[in-house]
Design a protein around this ligand. Structure first.
Ligand SMILES: [Zn+2]
Length: 192
């Protein structure tokens, strides 16, 4: 089965994860005791959480809701799925303050240098259609070790199979090899 690490439209025949979290877009409209409202009983990971400096949600509110969820993830020992838009530096700085079993940047868009820093910190990067549309991100992806990679459809209707096909072409490898690599990554983090 193909791993689709982040999708808002889950399909049969894909391997994905259940997440519980508060998106940075919602950070200003959550109650003060928001952590109590997060039901983690069924969650494989906390997310999406993070910072989005392209939206106009108050940045202090975003940071406190992000920290609250990282604290929860550390306590519950759950991986986190990160939403990071134009906030790479603050996200990296805040993440470094927590001990987490795994960190996955979903829909990664960024430079080769940013990708290397995330990899160096032990994090995983997930790529999708929007990543492929960014030439610098495609260059960055070529140097990301396979054991730190995931793929996703996010909001897109493009099947996850085509995402793997595009990635395999860009990485000059076989789809089957990529599928094996990514399934291993999934098992390492989420395998029971
Ligand atoms: Zn997102």
């Amino acid at each position: 089965m193909l791993v689709n690490i982040h999708t808002h439209k889950p399909l049969d025949g894909e391997l994905t994860i259940r997440t519980a979290g508060i998106h940075p877009w919602e950070a200003a409209s959550v109650p003060a005791d928001a952590s109590a409202g997060l039901d983690l009983s069924d969650a494989d990971a906390i997310g999406e959480t993070g910072l989005d400096f392209a939206c106009d949600v108050d940045r202090n509110a975003q940071e406190s809701v992000f920290r609250m969820q990282l604290h929860l993830a550390q306590q519950a020992w759950l991986p986190v799925v990160i939403h990071c838009v134009r906030a790479f530096e603050p996200v990296m700085k805040i993440l470094a303050e927590y001990r987490l079993p795994a960190v996955i940047f979903h829909g990664f868009i960024g430079s080769a240098e940013q990708a290397q820093r995330a990899v160096g910190a032990g994090y995983h990067l997930s790529f999708g259609e929007r990543s492929f549309a960014s030439p610098k991100t495609v260059e960055a992806m070529k140097n990301v070790p396979r054991d730190r990679m995931f793929f996703e459809t996010d909001e897109s209707d493009t099947p996850i199979g085509s995402i793997y096909e595009t990635a395999a072409q860009l990485l000059k490898t076989e789809v089957s090899t990529l599928v094996r690599n990514i399934n291993d990554n999934y098992d390492n983090i989420f395998g029971k």
